[in-house]
Write a protein that binds this ligand. Sequence first.
Ligand SMILES: Nc1ncnc2c1ncn2[C@@H]1O[C@H](COP(=O)(O)OP(=O)(O)OP(=O)(O)O)[C@@H](O)[C@H]1O
Ligand SMILES: [Mg+2]
Length: 175
Amino acid sequence: MPCGARAVPPSARGGSVVTGLFVSIDGPGGVGKSTVTALVAEELRAAGAAVLATREPSDTALGRLARNGTDDYRGLTMACLIAADRHADMPDLAVILNARAEVLDKRLTSRGAHSRYERAPGGPARECAAFREAARFLMAAGVRVVQCDASTDSPQDVARRVLAAVRDIGMRGSP
Ligand SMILES: Nc1ncnc2c1ncn2[C@@H]1O[C@H](COP(=O)(O)OP(=O)(O)OP(=O)(O)O)[C@@H](O)[C@H]1O
Ligand SMILES: [Mg+2]
């Protein structure tokens, strides 16, 4: 489930000031979204940017119902709950953090599964495939996508790539 950050980099070029940037950090359960989001937010704040780090499902009552309700709600009902909790449009930068399914299987076994999707046999493999598809969908929709592999890249490596893309967008102006 996704994490996101809105950052306002203190950069301007050609008279156009970047007034806000929506960065989504998405991927299968346990892939490292929260870890990377915290690192990116910390770096951006240290650089003087105002950052709102948030997540979906959100921490509102509606978001908690979706997050904690994966055994009670399914199919269209769950899709509607997630959609009702969604506050954001397409991101300016979409980070898809993926990993090999066997790496996620091990991580979820040691950490414990948080949802029906993570507990299901073959769940991580299905989630990995779904996020590869999500990356293709976003690219086809014209969204700038950064894909990272948390099987090989450390959270610091991923955060560095995200920050480089944020700075690049900040230099060029929001798409
Ligand atoms: N790139 C990485 N390589 C190795 N371990 C990692 C990596 N990223 C995160 N971890 C570890 O994996 C575990 C899960 O990380 P994290 O909570 O950030 O994942 P998440 O995607 O936010 O999970 P959830 O889907 O439950 O929100 C943590 O123990 C974290 O230290
Ligand atoms: Mg998380």
